[in-house]
Design a protein around this ligand. Sequence first.
Ligand SMILES: Cc1ncc(COP(=O)(O)O)c(C=O)c1O
Length: 458
Amino acid sequence: MKTPGLIQETDGEWTRRNFLVRGSGGMAAAMAVGACLGVIPGEPAMGANGADPVPAIDPGYIGPQYFDQAEESALREVVESGSPFRYWGPGKPRKVQQFEDAFARHMGVRLALGVTSGTAALDCAMAALGVGPGDEVIVPSYTWWSDYTCVVHSGALPVFAEIDGSLNLDPRDFERKITARTKAVIAVHLLGGPCDLDPILEIARRRGIKVVEDCAQCVGGSYRGKPLGSLGDVGIYSFQINKMMTSGEGGALVTNDSLLYERAVRFHDMGSIRSLFLERLGGTSQGQVFAGENFRMNEFTGAVLGAQLPKLDTMVTAMRGHAAAVLDGIRDLPGIRLRKYPDPAGDIGYAVYFETSGRAARDQAIEGLKQRKIPASTLTGSVLLPTDEAVVQKRTRHPAWPSFTSPEGRAMKYGPEVCPQTLGVYDRFVQVRMGPKYTRRITDHIVQSIREVHAGLG
Ligand SMILES: Cc1ncc(COP(=O)(O)O)c(C=O)c1O
């Protein structure tokens, strides 16, 4: 029989009892169990009776669990070359350039640009599309700050649309929020799951609206067999530590459109365009210098990303496999409502989600799962933007700049009334994180725990 709160092995190799008596004790035993369970060894958590050390299941950071000699030797090459700057140096730096070429191939697009973060990539996307004062950009009500700040910093107005049971943009509400001023929509693939791109693209094309795919939380995901980021006008990615492949910080932008690429390149590099980008564009420039930023990626970052990229499919396959095992183990539960997957095959398995009747039931489920050492929580990693005080107050870097001083900006209202559906979704969903190195025993334990907790919800 399984004891709630303890992770027991079914083959007798590591029962609670032999965990306590085997091995050389202390950290060695904790590490052995940690390794066996796919857990990052750390502070042992206490068992249900308050006495037994039982490691909590910890998904860990994904990309770093795949760091090996590939990252090490790529970094060493940069150190030895003395060329950490991507454009010149004694050692003919090529790491970022090679990463961009490989990333474009991987994502099935013509052109990729490495930048300093996903936030920088979004700023480049807004600059590429020429979004500015007088424009509106539609953004999901639950997403990361950068989808809002890139619009604000461009001088345009963020307009929030609801999310639905896919935890992503509700295509119907996206259409409802379109006005004559809508220039773009940021179609975010949040929490490892692709948003429903078919209707979003159809509506956007019909209404002449540009689509930015934000793949920051879904690097390596796909939609109807195509890599995320390759379907909209521009795709952006983040390589920050919480994402799939990582260099600690970093980002990329992809597109098939030469003019959008040139504008993104210029914006990321003080308005200029260097010869390597001109070569990628067939030798012709369609633009002129304009006021840009410095979002250039350095060679250390390019080196790590170049080593991580060949491992991305392995990471995704592992995560997907664990999520599928858990979903398969719970989908027969009477009354269970899982996250809606517009394309289940494209999900990267970041976590498994189920819906409860409301905040009280959600919190009860999370508490029950935590008692069983399961990494359960509310939806994480993003913000209910329309209800955030800084958004409600339209606080920007200067009271007269940028977006909110126009008549439309002054008329724009934020607050909970903007997104009742999103607030309801947020209040109902439970998240259970997956880790790439989980074992069958861990996914079985998660399945068993969800079944027990779900039965208790009534
Ligand atoms: C959906 C989404 N978009 C954009 C970003 C920005 O990425 P970065 O942290 O690399 O700036 C994040 C980061 O968490 C994100 O979650």
